[in-house]
Design a protein around this ligand. Structure first.
Ligand code: UD1
Ligand code: MG
Length: 448
């Protein structure tokens, strides 16, 4: 059956105490909403409808960033989860497949759980879990294999609060039935809200079947505060690290490596302690990322060695066997096979040819205060230590620059460019200077 996702994301998230809408707070470098969308993508949904409210413009922009085909609808007033889901009605007009309601603040529902939910034979299926600490979750009141009703914590009796089978919030029903049932939802409850959790009771009253699909509690983790956000990130990291190791990546000290939602690392890559992967990083098989390196928006090819203490910023492309050493910052830079930047350099808006060596302390002066400019370095070039490459500038194949040069014009293939003050030597002058200075110091200490 075709599916549609309705992702509820209109709440402000008061307990986040933030100007940023809750669903845009990041977990592993991506807004929590993207995690939910990504999990749902496994169903290849015909429609994805995100219900936004608080900070709707920012939410819409973020949604479009990952899925331009997703629709964003607005819930102007947050009158409850059923009222929120109802806002998707027009977007799904004429759609008679299965609608699955997800919460934007419940990012870890797994693809396999969603597949199981989509395969349910019941009219309405609710995703439930056995809670270690049921706390304030809605409770699932079963009758045999049928879910009779969901009771919200605030409306529950003592006996109902003793139930440990809880509501994740995720629910599935054919779209026409879903909207039909939502029409019958009232707001006569402790919070005067239109609860989506009323659907099972309404469906049972019509003699429809309501099933519970169970998942692990970790999948239903909901985020309402910064502390829960941090806990969710920690949970993501633990799973992602385990997955990487399982796939053949060595993490020397896994607990110290920070991964993003989209981090890709190939088999037999080696990741040393305290490496941070920001968004958009791919590392090929057999590459090594040494300790304390920070990478984002970059690609590291097979056999390359990066760090320790390297910073790879967006747009960095390292070909096979490149060497990047300590305290090197790269941005929007392409390095051909075997190129080396081993110490204390900034290389930005640049391309470096095959097997070229960039000496310690080299800086591409890419910014003139208004515009950015490129530096092009050919193959097998040698850039002397502490060279300033004032862009736009190009250095030819097999060219050299003298240490300490400030290179402001292009250097042709095979040429040596030296651009620094010539050395002057004054015989005996140093000794004289030392004596003068010592005498001065002695006069001063007598005077004091
Ligand atoms: C909800 C469930 C509860 C379940 C729990 C799981 C209801 C009534 N209760 O409670 O049974 O155990 O989730 O975490 O559904 N939202 C809107 N518009 C609204 C209200 C909410 O978009 O008018 C969105 C929120 O942004 C959030 C989601 O719906 O993403 C859930 O809302 P929330 O207020 O967190 O519900 P809970 O009280 O956690
Ligand atoms: Mg919640």
């Amino acid at each position: 059956m075709k599916t549609a996702l309705i992702i509820l994301a209109a709440g402000k998230g008061t307990r986040m105490n933030s100007d940023l809408p809750k669903v845009l707070h990041p977990i592993a470098g991506a807004p929590m909403l993207h995690h939910a969308m990504r999990a749902g993508a496994v169903l290849d949904p015909a429609h994805t409808v995100v219900v936004a409210g608080y900070g709707a413009e920012a939410v819409a922009a973020s949604v479009r960033g990952v899925d331009p085909t997703a629709q964003v609808v607005i819930q102007n007033e947050q009158l409850g989860t059923a009222h929120a889901a109802a806002q998707a009605r027009e977007a799904l007009a004429g759609f008679d497949g299965l609608a699955i309601v997800l919460f934007g603040d419940t990012p870890f529902v797994s693809p396999s759980t969603l597949e199981a939910l989509a395969g349910s034979a019941a009219d309405v299926t609710v995703l439930g879990f056995e809670a270690a600490d049921p706390a304030r979750y809605g409770r699932l009141v079963m009758n045999g294999d049928q879910l009779e009703r969901i009771v919200e914590f605030k409306d529950a009796t003592e006996a109902e609060r003793a139930i440990t089978l809880c509501n994740s919030g995720v629910l599935a029903a054919p779209a026409p039935l879903l909207f039909d049932l939502i029409d019958a939802v009232g707001n006569d409850n402790a919070q005067n809200e239109y609860y989506l959790t009323d659907l099972p009771r309404l469906a049972r009253a019509r003699g429809l079947s309501v099933a519970v699909e169970r998942c692990a509690e970790a999948e239903t983790l909901g985020i309402n505060s910064r502390a829960e956000l941090a806990a969710a990130d920690a949970q993501f990291q633990a799973t992602a690290r385990a997955d990487l190791m399982e796939s053949g990546v060595t993490l020397v000290a896994p607990d110290t490596v920070y991964l993003s939602l989209d981090t890709v690392v190939g088999r037999d890559a080696l990741i040393e302690p305290h490496v941070v992967f920001g968004p958009g990083v791919t590392v090929e098989s057999g590459a090594t990322i040494r300790a304390f390196s920070h990478l984002e928006g970059c690609h590291v090819s097979r056999g390359a060695i990066v760090g320790p203490y390297a910073r790879l910023r967006p747009g960095t492309e390292l070909a096979e066997d490149v060497r990047i050493g300590n305290f090197v910052e790269l941005k929007n830079a392409t390095l051909a096979p075997g190129a080396k930047v081993n110490h204390l350099s900034y290389v930005g808006d640049a391309s470096i040819g095959e097997a070229s060596n960039i000496g310690a302390g080299t800086i591409t002066c890419n910014y003139d205060g208004v515009m950015k400019h490129r530096t092009e370095i050919g193959a097998r070039a040698f850039i002397g230590s502490n060279t300033m490459l004032v862009a736009p500038v190009s250095i030819g194949d097999e060219a050299m620059t003298g240490s300490g040069s400030v290179i402001t014009s292009d250097v042709e293939d095979g040429a040596l460019a030296i651009a620094r003050a010539p050395q002057v030597e004054k015989p005996g002058m140093a000794r004289k200077l030392f004596e003068m200075l010592k005498a001065k110091k002695a006069r001063q200490s007598r005077g004091s």
